[in-house]
Design a protein around this ligand. Structure first.
Ligand SMILES: [Zn+2]
Length: 425
């Protein structure tokens, strides 16, 4: 037999695109799957899943390379089993021109790690006033836009965006926030703001903007697409779901940390658990988990937001918002949605692969003969401590904690990662 062929025996292949979930033997060479057969021996206990699509990632380039570089961010992605990252544009300068966006994405993609899906700004400089040249981006195949870090403040600009992006099936990814209600806030308004004596951010600061965006969509071009990202309030998800039942093209995502943690985390641990939107009450967290189980949420995304220690080791009111999340995306999401919500692995993996790919209008990841290798070998039972990271930053409340489920190997075009190390064959 050709020496470059490797056989992975008795793996559970979970392939959402074909709805396939069974124990198989699979043969691969250096670049592609050769064949997939029913397992001849006993199950190995390991899963083989497509490379994850994380639609919300901050690579901090240009401008904040003290927090993350393209290389450290894309290595953290691969180590987490993420082979495709949605790159958010709140950099300095912001990614609002085709030239800059292509230059940064091109540099990242040339590293041969995870691939970048660029998500440039909706408005010039993310100032929320004048829209970018959507049509020019679309000609280069870029169809997803966001002012993430901020909402699209101007309703006129948002309306203009919806009118124009529908022509090429584009999508606006909104960071829903009424800035006047959230301004100055550090933690959830309620127990967290009382206990930490910090200014609070109410859930209404999120869901009132969700409502505004849906109203604008309905009244401008109701065939355009709106995606609401990192929702933390059950009322936001209810509004998004109601809009989709009405026939509007509205989708949404939640983060693993809003599913796994509540405001008690920021009370106990301070800035390492400070993020925007903030961790909410236990009641809201439980409702969020139930809404994912009930199919009201379209995708799970990490909102990977690296910061150096100097911007996190500060009083709660002045520390930066955000946590890293690429390397914990899969184990944390599986633990909560598989455990507490009792969801099937297939339905969870779909939220991390084909569902976000569809929102981003990209080809869905798939494990199939003659396809480019794009897959993750995962041990669902492995207990490990999250104690080192490939990110340049380490701001995660999961750091130092025991997690269940570990990425063992990752292939994207070729094998890239094996047992904690990068391999380039
Ligand atoms: Zn955001």
């Amino acid at each position: 037999m050709d020496e470059t062929i490797e056989i992975l025996s008795g793996v559970r292949l979970i392939n959402p695109l074909s709805d396939f979930d069974d124990i198989v033997d699979i043969a691969i060479d250096r670049h592609s799957v050769k064949w997939i057969r029913k397992a001849s021996g006993s199950p190995s206990g390991l899963w083989l899943i497509p490379g994850l699509v994380d639609m919300h990632v901050h690579l901090r380039t240009p401008g904040y390379q003290d927090a993350e570089t393209l290389e450290t961010g894309l290595r953290a992605a691969i180590a987490g089993g993420v082979t495709s990252v949605g790159m958010m544009p709140n950099t300095t300068p912001a990614l609002d021109s085709l030239t800059l966006t292509m230059e940064v994405a091109g540099r990242g993609n040339s590293l041969g790690l995870a691939e970048i899906e660029p998500i440039p700004c909706v408005t010039a400089g993310r100032r929320g006033e004048h829209c970018v040249d959507f049509e020019e981006f679309a000609e280069s195949g870029i169809t997803c836009f966001s002012d993430d870090g901020s909402p699209v403040e101007s309703s006129t600009a948002l309306s203009d965006a919806f009118q124009r992006i529908a022509a090429f099936n584009g999508v606006v990814i909104e960071h829903p926030e009424v800035t006047s209600l959230a301004a100055g806030g550090a933690v959830n308004l309620g127990l967290a703001s009382t206990e930490t004596e910090s200014p609070g951010i109410p859930e209404s600061a999120e869901y009132l903007d969700v409502k505004r965006c849906i109203d604008i969509l309905r009244n401008s071009n109701n065939s355009a697409r709106l995606h609401l990202t990192h929702l933390s309030s059950p009322e936001s998800i209810r509004l998004a779901h109601q809009a989709s039942l009405e026939g509007l093209r509205v989708t949404c995502d939640v983060t693993p940390h809003h599913l796994a943690l509540n405001e008690g985390e920021v009370i106990a641990r301070g800035p390492v658990a400070k993020m925007n939107p903030p961790l909410r009450s236990e009641e809201s967290r439980k409702m969020l988990v139930g809404m994912v189980r009930d199919g009201m949420v379209s995708a799970v995304a990490s909102d990977h937001a690296p910061h150096p220690a100097c911007r996190k080791n500060l009083p709660l009111s002045s520390a930066a918002f955000g946590i890293i999340g690429l390397e914990t995306l899969l184990p944390v999401t599986l633990s909560i949605l598989g455990g507490e919500a009792g969801m099937y692995p297939m339905d969870i993996i779909r939220l991390l692969t084909t569902a976000p790919a569809e929102i981003l209008s990209k080809e869905p990841p798939e494990i199939a003969p003659e396809k480019k290798l794009n897959m993750v070998l995962f041990d669902p039972e492995h207990r490990w401590t999250y104690s080192s990271t490939f990110s340049r930053s380490a701001n995660s409340p999961f750091f130092g904690r025991k997690l269940t489920g570990k990425v063992l190997r990752v292939w994207f075009g070729r094998e890239l990662y094996r047992e904690g190390e990068f391999v380039f064959v």
